[in-house]
Design a protein around this ligand. Structure first.
Ligand code: SAM
Length: 239
């Protein structure tokens, strides 16, 4: 009896993984690390160091994420935050890990499968469309990626549509002098805080907070970072 219910659970788990990545079947595989906690080279040393200044647990607390939450990591890159988010929301939750670089999404897909992270859904987006579900997400997080995004208005509208009313948008960015022109943000990989705040509130989001003391201790490449939180107003419509 116990054995047959175990078999059933395994089958359901396999099915969930298979259904999680329908668009990506057929992509060539990459070698992937084992679970980050059991392999010494699976969790890169620079990520362990990054934990100290990126403070993922505090970020996820501010985003009010818990078991079962649904969240998007937009511009996820190699997935530094994706794995933290996956651990926080658990198998009952969902992490849409989105980027526009196919090779990053392919690698993430392989690693998520390898670690049995059924809650991770790698998504290959387009520059102006992150392909997120509508009205469903508790939070959208962008870490050091917003400054690269254009056309930013189309993306902000997409994030607004993807969030449920009351859902949160978190932006972590490298700080820039107030007078840095927007066009230079793309190449200098930094963006003034006031620019982010103005662009996001112009699309109907409400400013919630700026986390105090959210700094890079050794100022990576001479830059500091900030963390802003916005909310899709409760009671707002679908757009
Ligand atoms: C500096 S990396 C940050 C990666 C990751 N968030 C991290 O903190 O490690 C910026 C990422 O944003 C992605 N990106 C740039 N424009 C994008 C867009 N329009 N939509 C989604 N991702 C985008 C890039 O492909 C890149 O992976």
């Amino acid at each position: 009896m116990v054995r047959s219910s175990r078999r059933k659970v395994t089958f359901i788990s396999l099915l969930r993984v298979a259904l999680a990545f329908p668009v990506l079947w057929g992509l060539p595989g990459l070698s992937a690390p084992a679970d980050k906690k059991t392999s010494s080279n699976a969790y890169p040393a620079e990520w362990a160091e990054r934990d100290e200044w990126q403070r993922p647990e505090e970020v996820m607390d501010d985003l009010r994420l818990r078991t079962g939450s649904q969240v998007a990591d937009v511009g996820c890159g190699e997935g530094y935050f994706t794995y933290h988010l996956a651990e926080r929301v658990g198998p009952q939750g969902r992490v849409y890990a989105e980027d526009i670089q196919p090779e990053l999404i392919r690698a993430l897909w392989h690693q998520a499968l390898n670690r049995w992270l059924v809650q991770v859904r790698p998504v290959l987006g387009e520059e102006d469309n992150p392909h997120l579900p509508r009205q469903r997400l508790d939070a959208v997080l962008l870490v050091h990626s917003y400054h690269e995004m254009h056309p930013h208005v189309a993306l902000l509208k997409a994030f607004y549509r993807a969030l449920r009313p009351g859902g949160l948008l978190g932006i972590i960015e490298y700080a820039a002098p107030d007078n840095l022109p927007r066009e230079e943000s793309y190449t200098r990989h930094q963006i003034p805080l006031h620019t982010v705040r103005e662009e996001i509130t112009a699309q109907g989001f409400e400013f919630v907070s700026r986390r105090p003391d959210f700094h890079v201790p050794n100022r990576s490449w001479g830059r500091d970072q900030y963390f802003l939180l916005f909310e899709k107003p409760d009671g707002s419509g679908s757009e």
